[in-house]
Design a protein around this ligand. Structure first.
Ligand SMILES: Nc1ncnc2c1ncn2[C@@H]1O[C@H](COP(=O)(O)OP(=O)(O)OP(=O)(O)O)[C@@H](O)[C@H]1O
Ligand SMILES: [Mg+2]
Length: 421
């Protein structure tokens, strides 16, 4: 009998909501994507839900599509959390290692209960009444004077210290997120900070060890995650992304958001230095009233884009430099998210950060490494990694039987009802 699990995630982004259903084989540690569903996101601003009802409708649409493609119904999801209300702070804590056994007076050995105690002690900091802790990410442990230990279990000593990164979020924003999902009838199996999710699908262990900054440029937010020596050194969210570039274009040339988005994704470059006189492309755009035609070329368009993308990347730089010297990130900069598809982003990156960059594709999960998914799916695909540890996951065999039949029947009946009523 198969022990494979059905795992599912929901990336509630500012421009799109993406539901993903996958299968995880714990024996081989292999993932498979069974269904992806995408729907326009209408109820978010800068990564935060501002309209629960609209968000609910988009979630229903995305989940329905994913279920249809996977031919599997789901009952719960692991969800991604973002928004510029996310904060990270360092917490250090020390406990006395407990002495176990009869003759253990002299050599106390760190076990799982000590690690749990030191973690919960690091967690007991005051984060404010309107905030809650989403993650506690261990960085390094120290056992007496032995410093920089990744896994202290089994080590002898008296005192165990942890350096941890604590991620907090505004309680109300988390509640709205959970409410939107639950209102669709789905259970929330877990909440994962979106930058951590993208990191799992995009980065490899060497990059995390050498030092790398993952920049996920979405629609309403740009997520920044810095890894060094294998652990998360910083995770933060900036409340700007590709949507503000689209808005700039729309307001500067007096066109609709849809037209602005179309010309941005087709003709814009992150840097005007990359456009030669001969390469300029003439663009025709419909005016706001839909009757007139506006003419501009790809150089003029890129001037608008250049100004804003440089501003966003400078905010990212400012944030990273509070925690680490960027030049020390031997793994460089990795761009992901839909905004990473902006032509010429690597060149602008070099101008601002002075280190090399690459586009990060979500192909790091075992089993998915041969597929070519767009960087806009990095968060959704990374959620599968986190979802696999959930104890609520259903086994594929239980789904195969009754639920699958019921799902097919429901789909069939819905079609009939739509046809006749
Ligand atoms: N080819 C392209 N060139 C430039 N920008 C692009 C391109 N393709 C997509 N984008 C931009 O990527 C952004 C959407 O990215 P993504 O799907 O990762 O965002 P999201 O997850 O919905 O939002 P967020 O993560 O901020 O909540 C949009 O602003 C879109 O214009
Ligand atoms: Mg996103």
């Amino acid at each position: 009998m198969s022990e494979n699990k059905i795992i599912s995630g929901l990336d509630i982004g500012t421009t799109k909501i993406c539901a993903i259903i996958g299968e995880y084989d714990p024996k081989k540690n292999i993932y498979k994507i069974l269904g992806l569903g995408k729907a326009p996101s209408l109820g978010l601003k800068r990564g935060v839900i501002v309209d629960v009802e609209k968000t609910k409708q988009s979630i229903i649409e995305a989940v329905k599509l994913a279920q249809k493609r996977a031919n599997i119904p789901i009952t719960g999801v692991t969800i991604g959390l973002a928004g510029d209300h996310i904060r990270s702070l360092n917490s250090n804590s020390t406990i006395t290692i407990s002495h176990k056994g009869e003759n253990a007076i002299h050599d106390a050995e760190v076990d799982e209960s000590d690690v749990e105690r030191v973690l919960s002690s690091a967690k007991s900091i005051n984060v404010g009444v309107d905030r809650e802790i989403i993650h506690i990410l261990p960085q390094k442990y120290h056992v007496d004077d032995q410093i920089g230990i990744t896994n202290p279990i089994g080590m002898s000593g008296n005192k165990l210290t942890i350096n941890a990164l604590i991620i907090t979020a505004a309680i109300n924003n988390v509640k709205n997120l959970v409410r939107s999902v639950q209102s669709t009838g789905l259970n929330v199996h877990g909440i994962i900070l979106e930058p951590l999710s993208s990191a799992e699908s995009v980065l490899n262990e060497d990059q995390k060890e050498l030092g790398v900054a993952l920049i996920d440029i979405g629609g309403g937010t740009t997520d920044v995650t810095v890894f060094q020596d294998g652990y998360v050194k910083h995770a933060g969210v900036i409340g700007y992304g590709g949507s503000i570039i689209t808005k700039d274009i729309a307001s500067l040339i007096h066109t609709s958001f849809d037209e602005a988005e179309r010309i941005k994704t087709n003709y814009a470059w992150a840097s005007t230095l990359l456009i030669n006189e001969d390469d300029k492309i003439d663009i025709k755009v419909k005016s706001l009233n839909g009757k007139d035609e506006i003419k501009l070329d790809s150089y003029q368009l890129s001037l608008y884009v250049e100004a804003r993308i440089e501003e966003i990347l400078n905010l990212v730089k400012e944030q990273i430099e509070k925690y680490i010297n960027i030049k020390k990130l031997s793994g460089g900069i990795i761009f992901t998210g839909g905004g990473a598809l902006l032509k010429g982003i690597s060149e602008t990156n070099f101008k601002i950060f002075g280190v090399q960059s690459q586009i990060g594709y979500p192909n790091r999960l075992p089993g998915l490494n041969t597929s070519n998914f767009s960087p806009e799916y990095s968060t959704a695909i990374g959620l599968l990694h986190w979802a696999k540890n959930d104890s609520n996951n259903q086994s594929i065999t239980s789904i195969d039987s009754d639920a699958k039949i019921w799902y097919k029947l429901k789909e069939f009946l819905t079609k009939i009802i739509k046809q006749y009523f």
